[in-house]
Design a protein around this ligand. Structure first.
Ligand code: ADP
Ligand code: ASP
Ligand code: MG
Length: 454
């Protein structure tokens, strides 16, 4: 039995939190492979460092060193041989981070290289904590473990077959010796052996990739809330924990904004039928949410609502475009050339509308202008809209339900700008103005989920 356990930033954010994590790990039966994020705040700190060129590097490094060592001293006896060994490796990693920061900024993967440094330190600390408790453990970077990635800067995808080989060579042998591997989340190495991150929040995806590559029996995502909830608890204080979900439901919600899981976490485990649990590292006695292949329908109309904000609708008008699929194909192809994510497409006789991120509008328009424009009559852009993704048991099958949902949206004073119904088997997605999205979610949640139901 192999369990892959991932701990997020808050879960490894202090000496106290690390102790809690170490206890969860050692109390888990069978073989375990641990994947960690950077300590909370560390990745943001590194992002700011890249964004604000001109910072005094020595001051930055000193504050980074201080933050980590202040916690490390609370988990190991300063002056003990183990602490000395830790410090030597810690300083080696600090030197390599300094080299990374001072390397060529023009390198397209420079940002990946710098922002992925935090995980190297949190993994080291957890591994040494386990050793101080008498367990065998080894801290492995993604390079050590053999996690491979392909793709553009800050949005890599794992190369699953190469990573599987990496796990067989570098991680499995540790398990047979009773060693607990602690692996850095967030990034893999590209063809040049350089770090390529999986996007912000990418450690969940890293853990799913490791679970796939090592053929784990279970993936546990340990975070700071009780499980996958009916909505973002920061927006909906009455949000409730969901006991059980299927892969499709969790995948849609994560893709459309439920931050508790990185948007791409589900696929690597779904393809191998590896069940996933979302659990609270601050309350290990809670069972969390089980996400797996099948679940019994409970008849809940609405189970969870997620939102993706800061989107724009780009509408292209062209006479009878519906009769010219080749033209639609050309438009999609042109947008795909620059890797823009299209969250939704809808067509009418003479228009085709795309939902993209606000930050992708400029590049998308430039691409569309590159089409020559002969056939395009007009392009309109509506900025600052949000997509609402609603998942429920009977949303799509029960007659009149979507009408009720849109009625509620109207009550919130919002205009539905775009709808995608039927494209997914499990969710009803629609777009409203950004300024109305919180009201819409609150109203839907209050009406169809309420407090205390699941
Ligand atoms: P970690 O550092 O453990 O990866 P994140 O901050 O990335 O944690 O994700 C957990 C947070 O996601 C929660 O604290 C919660 O505020 C937010 N969240 C958003 N949507 C949901 C949801 N549907 N269920 C649970 N948490 C959610
Ligand atoms: N530390 C990374 C981030 O903050 C990855 C993660 O937390 O999953 O984005
Ligand atoms: Mg996260």
């Amino acid at each position: 039995m192999i369990t892959v356990m991932k701990f997020g930033g808050t879960s490894v954010g202090s000496a106290e939190a690390l102790r809690r994590v170490a206890n969860i790990v050692v109390n888990t039966e069978g073989d375990k492979v641990v994947v960690v994020s950077a300590m909370s705040g560390v990745t943001n700190f590194l992002v700011a460092l890249v964004d604000e060129s001109g910072s005094d590097i020595s001051v930055v490094l000193e504050s980074f060193r201080h933050k980590h060592l202040a916690e490390a001293r609370q988990i190991m006896d300063e002056g003990s041989p183990l602490y000395e060994e830790f410090l030597a490796e810690f300083d080696r990693r600090m030197k390599s981070m300094e080299a990374a920061i001072s390397s060529d900024r023009a390198n397209p993967y420079y940002r990946d290289l710098v922002v992925s440094q935090g995980e190297r330190f949190s993994s080291l600390m957890l591994s040494f904590l386990l050793r101080s408790m008498g367990y065998k453990s080894e801290a492995l970077t993604s390079e050590d473990a053999g996690i491979y990635a392909v793709g553009n800067p800050m949005s890599g995808s794992a190369d699953l077959s190469r990573t599987s080989l990496g796990m067989t060579l570098n991680v499995k042998p540790l398990l047979s010796e009773g060693i607990i591997p602690i692996i850095t989340g967030f990034y893999g190495m590209n063809d040049d052996g350089a770090p390529l991150t999986f996007g912000r929040g990418g450690s969940d995806y890293s853990a799913a990739v490791v679970a796939n590559a090592i053929d784990a029996n279970m993936l546990e995502i340990w975070t700071d809330v009780d499980g996958f909830m009916s909505s973002d608890p920061r927006i909906i204080p009455g949000a409730v924990k969901i006991d059980e979900m299927n892969f499709g439901e969790a995948a849609e919600l994560a893709y459309f904004g439920a931050k508790v899981l990185h948007p791409r976490t589900i696929e690597p485990v779904r393809v191998k039928h590896i069940p996933l649990k979302v659990r609270n590292s601050f309350k290990p006695e809670e069972p969390g949410t089980l996400i797996h292949h099948l679940r019994k329908p409970k008849g809940d109309l609405l189970r969870s609502v997620a939102t993706k904000t800061d989107l724009s609708i780009i509408t292209i008008s062209s006479a009878e475009i519906a009769y010219r699929p080749a033209m639609v194909a050309k438009i999609v192809e042109k947008i795909a050339e620059i890797d823009v994510i299209i969250y939704s497409i809808s067509t009418s006789l003479s228009t085709v509308a795309f939902l993209v991120h606000n930050t992708d509008v400029k590049d998308t328009l430039r691409q569309l202008n590159g089409l020559g424009g002969a056939d395009i009559e007009r392009i309109d852009v509506k900025n600052n809209v949000a997509l609402v993704c609603a998942v429920g048991d009977n949303l799509l099958s029960k007659c009149g339900v979507s009408g009720d949902i849109f009625g509620a949206v109207k009550e919130a004073g919002a205009n539905v700008e775009m709808i995608s119904e039927g494209a997914s088997e499990v969710s009803l997605n629609f777009v409203v103005p950004m300024g109305k999205v919180v009201d819409v979610v609150r109203l839907l949640h209050d009406r169809y989920i309420g407090v205390g139901q699941r």
